[in-house]
Design a protein around this ligand. Sequence first.
Ligand SMILES: [Zn+2]
Ligand SMILES: [Zn+2]
Length: 177
Amino acid sequence: MFIGIKELERGKLDFEEVFPPGSIDFRTREFRQAAPLTAAGSAELAGTEIHVVGRLATRLELLCARCLEPVLHEAAASFDLLYRPVKSITRDEELSLAPQDTDVGFYTGQGLFLADVLAEQVNLSVPMKVLCNPDCRGLCPRCGANLNRERCRCGPRAVDPRLAPLAKLAERKKQGE
Ligand SMILES: [Zn+2]
Ligand SMILES: [Zn+2]
């Protein structure tokens, strides 16, 4: 859906859209969309600015930061955004954009694509790091074994020499059990 200035000049535009996986370009490999994305809201003109208000929800597949297994993440966001025409910002204004103005975006030409607005909001809502489980044991840095479900294949010989005393201690403890 294109949110065009011409349409907005005729009045407020309500939207309620469903985007199947693959229809939005998120411009990232950090995650992929794993369920339809629903978005509802409205857009209207405020002077030369486009005011977009709404909410979105979808399910994303990310990779666990420790073991790299896929993790499903429910993503939801509500947004209230102002888009200014790119040519209207002066150098001074650009410099004076305070941190609280971060909800101000820019559009070029005749308007903006709702999909681009949503892609940006989804990107902002994604956590920096997800874990499949708070206790995820991750991968062995040497053999790559997923320590959640298999034993490390490195064997005692590969133990870092600096950690060898610890390993010996652990072995002795095991034998004593
Ligand atoms: Zn994990
Ligand atoms: Zn290993």
